[in-house]
Structures are given as C-alpha cells and as structure tokens.
Design a protein around this ligand. Structure first.
Ligand SMILES: *Cc1c(COP(=O)(O)O)cnc(C)c1O
Length: 365
C-alpha cells in the first residue's frame, strides 16, 4: 500500500505545521527592532493584540510554551513553595522538571478525570502555616488538556476552582497552549476563560500554525516581572518581529479554521471506534487530539506506528500500547480519511485477520 500523498500524513503533533505562504509573506514584510531594547513594533503589536483578546492588561512574547509556563511559575512563587496541579498536566510531566530546576518549588500532582479537576479535589490540599510546611502558593490548570485527550476544561469548574483559590490567597495560572481550540469548540470567548486566572499562557505554534512562540498574559506589574525572568531564562529575543508577525497572522487567519481540525478529529475517532483492537481513551474526542490504545494481543503501539509509517502516516507513540494522533492545519480531510483507512488496514494485518490490504490510487476513502 502506497500513500497517494507526496509528504507523510503527520499526525504526531499539531506542532509539526509549516508556515503557509501567506504567513511567510507576513514574516518577510515584518517591521522589526531590537526587542530586548523593547523596540520591536511587531512584537508590540502582537503583545497588545493577544492581551486584548484575553482581556488582560499586558502580554509577553516568549520562545516556547514551556518558557511561558515556567516564567509564570517563577513569577508566582518563591523557592520552597508548593504548586497544586493536575497529575497528567504538561507543566508537571513534560517540561523536564523545570519547576524544580528553575523555581525550586514542589509540585503536588492531583489526579483528575482526563485532566479535569473540581474544587473537591483541591479542598484540603492547602498546607497549614507553620515552619514545617511548604507554602501552597499556586494552582495551575490546563485547557484544553493534552494528556486528557484534548479535553475541554469546563468553565464552571474553572470558576469554582479559581474562586476557591482566591479565597485562600492562592495565585492561579492557566496553561492555555490550546485555549483557542476550547474557544472554537465551545463558542466561549477567550477572555471568559482567562478572566478567572492571574496569568494565562497561549501557544502560537500548536494548532494556530505559527513556527514558534507563545505569550504569557496577565496584570501589567506581573508581566513586567515576567520580562526580567524571561531574560534570566535566556528568552530575550532581538528582531523577534519576524516570528511575531507569524503569530499575528495566525491570530488573524487560523483561529476559526480550528473547527476543521475538530471535525477531522471526529472523523478519525469514529474510524478508531469501529476498529476491533483499538480503543479510544478518553472515549469522546472534544477537540483535535486523539489518544487510543491498541490491544496487546494485536500488536504494540510501536508496531502499529511502524506499519502506519510504512504507508505514509505518522502517529505518536505514547506508551507500550498507547498512541496519539493530532489533527492540524497541514492535514486536510482527504489525508485524515487516508489515515483512517491505513489504521483499519494495519490493525487487520497485524491481528492476522486479513490479508494485507492493497490500496489503489483511485480508491476513495
Ligand atoms: C505544547 C504544550 C506546551 C508548550 O510546549 P512547548 O513545546 O514548550 O512550546 C505547554 N502546555 C501544553 C498543554 C502543551 O501541549
């Protein structure tokens, strides 16, 4: 079976998108200055725009979502403080231990339901005052939740948790790497999610399709401190307008179209549901991320990924039996239909239930 597409259908992550011709043109035209001198007009425009979209006073453009989150952790805490976060969240699991390395804080991971917490999960987790104890200082949530399967964090839970946090003198941060996916899927405007948090991080390099960059948004005074910490972390950038222009272009052109990614994810999820030997986990797909398991008697995740790769479809391997697929700007409906077809064929072949499926180029999926 040979892929009808020139390039692999890359579903490993929504970070693999390449800048579109329009985006590259915007980058080429960008007016620039030295942003460490705070003189890059395009970076200024981006920061003002994203702050306004999130209803925050100020924003800071940074190289990555990890840096954005970790600057927030640093801004909100002092060494020895404790951060409450969901056990499968990105900040705790996928940022190389940065809270310990960069901010000398302890993390207290709290198991959620596909990444979602409610006040009852957190109540009682605040340590008492006294010299024996770390000081609980910060609550971090993630929306959409990556390891939770692109899960949308319900607004009511956010409202309850942030209200509770405020009442107890805790700061709050939202890892909104894919906040716009949640907004497009629910119709809830970004500022309605953001208003409950002290700081919010958003990524331009995921579904929005920019090559690089994230922003940390919040009150002016905190963002001023964040700017200094960005320098400490090595994230001060010079003529960053070139990449800020890509992020501005993405905000202008690539938000509404996230709905296409969500529709494509539904299509792939439905195919996976119907394949004996695969299991969606979570069973419902909210946005653009699909996690699924392959039954051990069929194959390992690596075997499935390898067989799919040979047919021009790239999947993420996330555990011995676990795979991840993300839909994004660079995979259109035809490509997702092809990926579904490949999964069907691969699983049938690996489970020895079918002869290898031959694919004709004129076949429609
Ligand atoms: C991708 C991602 C980030 C940031 O990752 P970078 O690779 O550092 O840009 C943060 N949080 C979540 C939930 C993510 O998926």
């Amino acid at each position: 079976m040979q892929s009808p597409f020139a390039d692999p259908v890359d579903l490993r992550s929504d970070t693999v998108t390449k800048p579109t011709p329009g985006m590259r043109e915007a980058m080429a035209r960008a007016e620039v200055g030295d942003d460490v001198y705070d003189e890059d007009p395009t970076v200024h425009r981006l920061q003002e725009r994203i702050a306004e979209m999130l209803g925050k006073e100020a924003a800071l453009f940074v190289p990555s979502g990890t840096m954005s989150n970790q600057i927030a952790v640093r801004v909100h805490t002092r060494p020895g403080d404790e951060v409450l976060l969901e056990a499968n969240c990105h900040i705790y699991n996928y940022e190389a231990g940065a809270p310990a390395v960069l901010s000398h804080v302890m993390c207290r991971p709290i198991p959620g339901r596909y990444g979602v917490l409610d006040v009852d999960d957190l109540d009682g987790m605040i340590r008492p005052p006294g010299e024996h104890y770390a000081q609980t200082r910060l609550v971090c949530l993630e929306n959409t939740h990556n390891r939770g399967g692109g899960r949308i964090f319900p607004l009511e839970n956010i409202e309850r948790i942030c209200k509770w946090a405020k009442e107890h003198g805790l700061r709050t941060h939202l890892d909104g790497a894919r906040l716009f996916n949640a907004c497009v899927a629910t119709g809830i405007p970004p500022q309605r999610y953001a208003e409950h948090f002290d700081t919010v991080s958003v990524c331009f390099s995921k579904g929005l399709g920019a090559p690089v960059g994230s922003a940390l948004c919040g009150p002016r005074e905190l963002i001023q401190q964040a700017r200094r910490i960005r320098k400490v972390f090595g994230g001060g950038m010079r003529q960053a307008g070139v990449i800020a222009a890509a992020a501005l272009y993405a905000l202008e052109h690539h938000i509404d179209r996230l709905a296409e990614d969500h529709a494509n994810a539904q299509l792939l999820a439905q195919a996976i549901r119907e394949i004996d030997g695969l299991q969606l986990d979570p069973p419902e797909v909210h946005t653009n991320i699909i996690w699924f398991h392959v039954r051990p008697t069929v194959a390992s995740a690596t075997q499935v990924a390898q067989a799919a790769k040979e047919r021009g479809v790239l999947l993420g391997v996330a555990g011995p039996q676990t795979l991840r697929a993300c839909t994004h700007l660079d995979v259109d409906r035809a490509r997702v239909e092809y990926a579904a077809h490949v999964l069907r064929a691969v699983v049938a072949e690996l489970s020895g239930r079918g002869t290898p499926v031959e694919l004709r180029h004129d076949e429609t999926w």
